[in-house]
Design a protein around this ligand. Structure first.
Ligand code: HEC
Length: 300
């Protein structure tokens, strides 16, 4: 099939094949790298937030709860609860537009505040933490109402005997707390038990789509550059090879039909020029041979 094509068509076909192959390979590699980088960036951001919010919890348990414990007898102050402090701090953060779609939840199987009840996905995570006590963190993607979220989860452990003052049985818990949260939930926790998981989720769609767009944009530039190269190579081929060859062919045809006076002018000093010179020499030899033939009537 290639036999019937001219030089320019052959070159263009080969270059287009290279273009398709190079673009598919580099597209695949580039988008995997960019998406992987985007995912790592999201993971690093989420991890920083998780560490910050865990620090708020530690601060609250160590410095706020002991200060307020006396006051709980007369009035329940949610400020004394580390879970409350963590959520409040996160809610303040969410007021800034760039964090408005970040989520934080202290999901528990049997929560004090019903709002913290673990959904199916969170329950699975908590069960995994309970089965495997060495597991300190889980992360990945989850889809929620059409949005891809990246999440990091850490187990929530009843780490201190002090926790049981409010989470063991309702008759031990401050009455002021029962008045607000009731007797039915958030009790029966045991020391060192994993009762829930801290989960931070941040939307991943936007960052990953941006990575995809960057990949497409870079590939588009590569594509344009490649097409420009193909056009330039075609122009070069026409000027340096195809046209000179066509000219040589035309002259050779004329010479072969007896127009011996036509000139093979070498267009350059490259291979085509050498070919023209060779033709010229051949033309000269032909002319001499013809002359000899004419001057020697014996041969006729
Ligand atoms: C003074 C009582 C009190 C103490 C002490 C206390 N908590 Fe709580 N805890 C609460 C209350 C009340 C809530 C619900 C807060 C809210 O409305 O968000 C809560 C919420 C939680 C939550 C969120 C899930 C849920 O149950 O709603 C976790 C997890 C939690 N506590 C763990 C602990 C741990 C671990 C300790 C010990 C370090 C501890 N708590 C100590 C009263 C207490």
């Amino acid at each position: 099939m290639l036999k019937n094509l001219n030089l320019k068509q052959k070159f263009t076909i080969v270059l287009l094949l290279i273009l398709v192959f190079a673009l598919s390979l580099s597209g695949w590699v580039l988008s995997s790298i960019l998406i992987k980088n985007a995912e790592e960036e999201i993971a690093a951001k989420t991890l920083t937030l998780m560490d910050t919010i865990s620090s708020v919890r530690v601060y609250s348990v160590a410095q706020v709860t002991p200060e307020l414990s006396e006051k709980l007898k007369t009035k329940f102050l949610p400020q004394s609860v580390s879970a409350y402090a963590a959520r409040e701090v996160f809610d303040i953060l969410r007021k800034q537009p760039q964090y408005s779609d970040y989520f934080y939840k202290e999901a528990a199987l049997n929560p004090t505040n019903i709002r913290d009840k673990a959904d199916n996905f969170e329950t699975e995570i908590i069960e995994k933490f309970r089965r495997n006590e060495g597991l300190k963190q889980m992360s990945g993607f989850r889809s929620l109402t059409g949005e891809d979220l990246f999440y990091i989860a850490r187990p929530l452990v009843v780490s201190q005997p002090g926790c049981l003052e409010c989470h063991s049985t309702f008759d031990v818990a401050p009455k002021t707390m029962i008045d607000i949260y009731g007797k039915n939930n958030g009790f029966g926790w045991k020391l060192n038990e994993i009762i829930g998981a801290q989960v931070i989720s941040i939307p991943a769609n936007k960052v990953i789509n941006q990575a995809r767009q960057s990949a497409v944009f870079i590939l588009l530039i590569v594509f344009i550059v490649f097409i420009a190269i193909i056009i330039l190579i075609n122009l070069f081929l026409t000027k340096q090879i195809v046209s000179p060859l066509k000219r040589l062919t035309r002259i050779a045809e004329e010479v072969s039909t007896g127009h011996l006076d036509l000139e093979f002018a070498p267009p350059s000093n490259d291979e085509i020029g050498n070919l023209a010179k060779a033709f010229k020499r051949m033309q000269r030899s032909l002319a001499i041979a013809m002359k000899k033939l004419k001057n020697n009537p014996d041969n006729q």
